[in-house]
Design a protein. Structure first.
Length: 71
């Protein structure tokens, strides 16, 4: 595999990793801040809410993966 073909793949993987980490950091901050404002303790997440969030994240990841489909 030529170096230029590897370069763009590495850039995409590193870039999306940075974006994912930053998004996770912001989400964690917002969750903890909201929980603190509402009651001061750790957040209580219902199983149904976690499942709904997981399905949404899977949909988001599938949508991002579809961006690479050029047909």
């Amino acid at each position: 595999m030529p170096d230029s073909e590897q370069d763009w793949k590495i850039k995409v993987i590193v870039g999306t990793t940075v974006i994912g980490a930053a998004s996770g950091l912001v989400a964690g901050y917002l969750l903890s801040r909201t929980s603190e404002e509402k009651g001061g303790g750790p957040p209580r997440v219902k199983t149904s809410d976690a499942l709904r969030l997981a399905i949404g994240i899977i949909g988001l990841v599938r949508g991002i993966a579809a961006l690479g489909d050029h047909d």
